[in-house]
Structure formats: structure tokens, C-alpha cells
Design a protein around this ligand. Structure first.
Ligand SMILES: Nc1ncnc2c1ncn2[C@@H]1O[C@H](COP(=O)(O)OP(=O)(O)OP(=O)(O)O)[C@@H](O)[C@H]1O
Length: 340
């Protein structure tokens, strides 16, 4: 985590219904009952987040938990009822409409599940469209668009029309279009939900490959916990408009704040998420060629089980920070789903 986050929000509320403002003036932190009594919807309730530069931050929750509303408040596509949103230290809620348009055009990219490709434009024209709107010359826009089309794996399809592409390919065009203006901050709202499971996994892999090259700051919404665990550096779990836990996938599995959070993690194979660092015993008790603290248990289980005693664990700089033995690994591999 960097010291100053790329994007933060402080005490953000979005209440739908008449007198939302008055409610928040009367009750700075209204309870479920206050909200119900007022006959309004508490879509986002006192959200506080700090999203670090270069991080994939996933917002996860069931339908209606407030994910889309929160993300739209973060880009100010929706006006929060109350709160503060800071992007690169600039308070977005105080920005004028022209400033906002400029920030969205040049610094923010957005991909939605049902994004609208323009049907009468080719792949290349769709992708270069945001640049043309910015006033970039057609020749320059085409060069940039070709690069991004190649980046998302669609080289050779530049002249096809959207109807000639599969769902996954169309989604790639949407991704390319949102990347063409080189946003710093990239919002993706359920971008892969409409795709079938195999293609969806492919797109997730592709997305991780892209991010490894581009290092964007990403806010990614999903209601699928498997997808969240695969993609996230950190996950925020929302319920009834509130953020109930923000943690790495590993922390969520090891220390869920509530039964509700634990329920999401129950079916996830622990060994694929837990790392050596999360299970090791600190100290210098181990021996042998050290294994990496960041390695997933599933990738090193055989090696640890085959060893007689505890194996040394090293951090990124090669320093020995602990040890791990077969008992710790067996507990993960053979734990009943639900145990750590
Ligand atoms: N314009 C609106 N007017 C009134 N209530 C709204 C409005 N938009 C959203 N809501 C309500 O706010 C709550 C949060 O909705 P939101 O769309 O943010 O949830 P979500 O987690 O993104 O759901 P989904 O996964 O189904 O998209 C829901 O109860 C929804 O009905």
C-alpha cells in the first residue's frame, strides 16, 4: 500500500427517496430502523475506502447490496447524498461539471456488463471513438486504437463489426475502448457476468495479464466470490449498503468478521488462496532450500509434505522469516470446508 491512496472515500452515503438529505441531517448515522421509518432506501451507508495505486480492488456483494451505487458515487456518475470522494487528492464532489467531464475522459475508464458498442462502426472505429471525441486526429486515433486492439487479442479483427464477433470478443472491444484513453483509474462493473463460464475464466486470465502490463488502479465489481478471489488484491464485502469487511482474499478466508462473510468463503479450496506466509511459524526453525512466503499452499504442498522437518520460508528479499511443516499444510489440505 502506498501512503497516499489513489482513490478514497469518506463517510459516503447514498439514500434514495424523498427527504434523504433531511434524514442525514437529523440522524448523522441512521439505523436500519430510522431508514425504514423514513421510507427511504439506504443504497450506500457510510462507505470508507482507501484504494492504492496499482491495486485490483474488488467490491463484492449479493444483488442489491449497493455495489453499483457505490462505484457510481466514486466516479460521481451518481451524486452521493453525503460524503467525500478524493481522487489523486482532488475532492470530486467539489469539482465543476467541466472538470468532471475532463477527469472522466482522461483519467477514468469504465466497462459495464451491458456496454454499448456502436453496431454500425467497425472494431477499430469503436475503439478509437473516445479519442475522436477528445479531438485526437483520425490518423493518431487509429494508431493508438490498433495498439489496444492488439493488446486485448483482437489483432486481425479491426474491420469486423460487433455483430460478427462472439460475446467474449465483443467484451474485449469494450475493454479496448475503455483503455484507449489510457485511464489511471479503471472501473469495471460485472464486465464478465454475461459470458459463459469457460470464456469468463479466459477473460479473467486475460484481464490479469493486461493488468500485469498496465498497472492500473482498478475497482472491479462482482457478485461472484470465486471471481473476486481470483482477481483481487483486496476485497470489500458489502451487505445492505454497508461495507462489512475489507481484506485480502487470504485474510477473508482466515479471519472472516462474521458468519455472513464466512459463508461466501466456504466452498473456496483453501490451499489455492492461503499462502505460506499466512501459515508459517515465525523464526529460524526451518531447514533446506527456502520457499517463498508468497507461494500458494497448493503449489508447494508436495514439497513441504515430502520434507522430514520444517522448511525455511523466505520473504521477497530472500531473508528467512519463518518455517512451515507438513502438519500446517495437512490441516489446510484435509480441513473440512469451513475450517481454516
Ligand atoms: N434510482 C434508484 N432509486 C431507488 N432505489 C435504488 C435506485 N438505484 C438503486 N436503488 C436501490 O439501491 C440498492 C442498491 O442497488 P445497487 O444497484 O447499487 O446494488 P448492486 O449490489 O449493484 O446490485 P446488482 O448486483 O443487482 O447490480 C437496491 O436496494 C436498489 O433497489
Amino acid at each position: 500500500m502506498t501512503l497516499s491512496p489513489k482513490l478514497s472515500c469518506r463517510n459516503v452515503w447514498k439514500i434514495y427517496g424523498p427527504n434523504a438529505q433531511t434524514l442525514l441531517q437529523t440522524y448523522p448515522d441512521p439505523s436500519d430502523q430510522d431508514i425504514a421509518d423514513a421510507g427511504v432506501v439506504g443504497a450506500v451507508r457510510s462507505a470508507n475506502l482507501d484504494i492504492a495505486e496499482g491495486e485490483i480492488f474488488v467490491i463484492m456483494g449479493l444483488s442489491g447490496s449497493g455495489k453499483s451505487t457505490l462505484v457510481r458515487c466514486l466516479s460521481r456518475l451518481i451524486e452521493p447524498t453525503k460524503g467525500e470522494v478524493l481522487f489523486d487528492g482532488v475532492d470530486l464532489l467539489r469539482a465543476s461539471e467541466p472538470e468532471l467531464i475532463d477527469i472522466r475522459r482522461h483519467k477514468m475508464g469504465m466497462v459495464f456488463q451491458h456496454f454499448a458498442l456502436l453496431p454500425h462502426l467497425s472494431v477499430l472505429q469503436n475503439v478509437s471513438f473516445p479519442l475522436i471525441i477528445q479531438g485526437v486526429s483520425k490518423a493518431q486515433a487509429d494508431i493508438k486504437a490498433r495498439e489496444v486492439v492488439e493488446l486485448v487479442g483482437l489483432k486481425g479483427r479491426e474491420d469486423n463489426f460487433p455483430r460478427e464477433l462472439s460475446g467474449g470478443q465483443q467484451q474485449r472491444v469494450g475493454i479496448a475502448r475503455s483503455l484507449v484513453s489510457e485511464p489511471d483509474l479503471w472501473f469495471l462493473d460485472e464486465p464478465f457476468s454475461a459470458l459463459d463460464p469457460l470464456i469468463r475464466r479466459e477473460m479473467q486470465d486475460e484481464f490479469l495479464r493486461l493488468q500485469a502490463r498496465l498497472h492500473k488502479t482498478i475497482v472491479f465489481i462482482t457478485h461472484d466470490f470465486d471471481e473476486a478471489v481470483r482477481l483481487a488484491d483486496r476485497i470489500a464485502i458489502m451487505k445492505d449498503g454497508k461495507i462489512i469487511q475489507v481484506a485480502t482474499p487470504e485474510e477473508l478466508l482466515m479471519n472472516p468478521v462474521s458468519e455472513y462473510v464466512a459463508e461466501f468463503t466456504r466452498h473456496i479450496p483453501r490451499s489455492k488462496v492461503l499462502t505460506v506466509g499466512g501459515l508459517m511459524t515465525p523464526g529460524t526453525n526451518g531447514a533446506g532450500e527456502p520457499i517463498a512466503q508468497s507461494a500458494k499452499i497448493s503449489d508447494v504442498a508436495e514439497q513441504i509434505i515430502a520434507a522430514e522437518g520444517p522448511i525455511s520460508v523466505a520473504n521477497e528479499s530472500g531473508q528467512i522469516v519463518g518455517s512451515i511443516d507438513r502438519v500446517a499444510v495437512a490441516q489446510v489440505l484435509f480441513a473440512r470446508q469451513g475450517g481454516a
